[in-house]
Write a protein that binds this ligand. Structure first.
Ligand code: CP
Length: 308
């Protein structure tokens, strides 16, 4: 049973195909309006979410399917101690595909091992968030017309930011990309991402704490929130939370065709005034996420033999 747990579960050919399907959905939504008629998505969110949960649910409805959901760990039998494995076996009895968000790294993998239906990782702890990356890829594609030969600045909490780890994994597979990793010392990209992805593939990257000094060289600026929920110590969070605040002033030295992305939610790291800058793409990114999730649901249900 094919599932999406890590962005590396998909080849670049498959990612390109999802982008093509998403573009077709955008151009011809009526073609897809009944594609999942009679099928159900289980939306299992054991951690807070606005975009990912709602976009999965909107995606399934726009494909003509239905949704049943768990929102919050306290509202399901997980609160009574039921294991992730038993939850997966149970949910497989009622639905056709699962999207799961869970605070524990590896929970989506365990779900996929025990479910009899396709499973989509909607974020597992600080590990990865592959469908956010699908939204990011479609946004970069639509803004730049390519996924290659880009200088990608990633700024903020690069340690706990699971969207960052998935994005680096994905964009490292496209030719000619280079990364500028901008973070406080304490929130640098984990060494396994540097060793197993960037260094192993010979991808050029630099690390810096200074956003303004690298601004002029960036094609993409991917801002991220400091992940309060992953900190062990509130004092450290308070000290680091405002390390980077993107303002219109700081954008004065940026390229005229810079694309500013952020997986959202935003806390304080992009000033609201930046929203009016034509280079701000983060709300387009939100919408792109729905189209890519539609394309993904179609792909996995087709491979599972549930639709033609
Ligand atoms: N980007 C993202 O995962 O947002 P939510 O936490 O609101 O789903």
């Amino acid at each position: 049973m094919k599932s999406l747990i890590d962005i590396l579960d998909m080849t670049t050919g498959e990612l390109d195909e999802l982008i093509a399907v998403a573009e077709d959905i955008i151009a011809n939504p009526e073609k897809y309006a009944e594609a999942c008629h009679g099928l159900k998505l289980a939306s299992l969110f054991f951690e807070p979410s606005t975009r990912t949960r709602m976009s999965f649910e909107a995606a399934m409805y726009e494909l003509g399917g239905n949704v049943i959901s768990v929102t919050g760990a306290g509202t399901s039998s997980a609160a009574k101690g039921e294991s992730v494995a038993d939850t997966a076996k149970t949910v497989s009895c009622y639905t056709d595909i699962i999207a799961i968000r869970h605070p524990k790294e590896g929970a989506a993998y365990v779900t996929a091992q025990n479910a009899t239906i396709p499973v989509i990782n909607a974020g597992d702890g600080g590990h990865c968030h592959p469908t956010q990356t699908l939204a990011d890829l479609l946004t970069i594609w639509r803004e730049k017309g390519r996924l290659t030969n880009l200088t990608i600045g990633v700024c903020g909490d690069l340690k706990f930011g699971r969207t960052v780890h998935s994005l680096i994994n994905a964009m490292s597979r496209y030719e000619g990309n280079r990364f500028v990793l901008i973070s406080p010392e304490e929130l640098k990209v984990p060494s396994y991402v540097k060793k197993d992805v960037l260094q192993q593939k010979g991808i050029p990257y630099v690390q810096t704490t200074d956003l303004e000094s690298v601004m002029p060289e960036l094609d993409i600026l991917y801002m991220t929130r400091v992940q309060r929920e992953r900190f062990f110590n509130e004092e450290d969070y308070l000290r680091l939370k405002d390390s980077y605040i993107l303002t219109t002033d700081k954008l004065k030295t940026a390229k005229p065709d810079l694309s500013i992305l952020h997986p959202l939610p935003r806390v304080n790291e992009i000033s609201v005034a930046v929203d009016d800058d034509p280079r701000a793409c983060y709300f387009k990114q939100v919408l792109n996420g729905k189209y890519m999730r539609m394309a993904l649901i179609l792909k996995l249900l087709r491979e599972a033999g549930k639709i033609r």
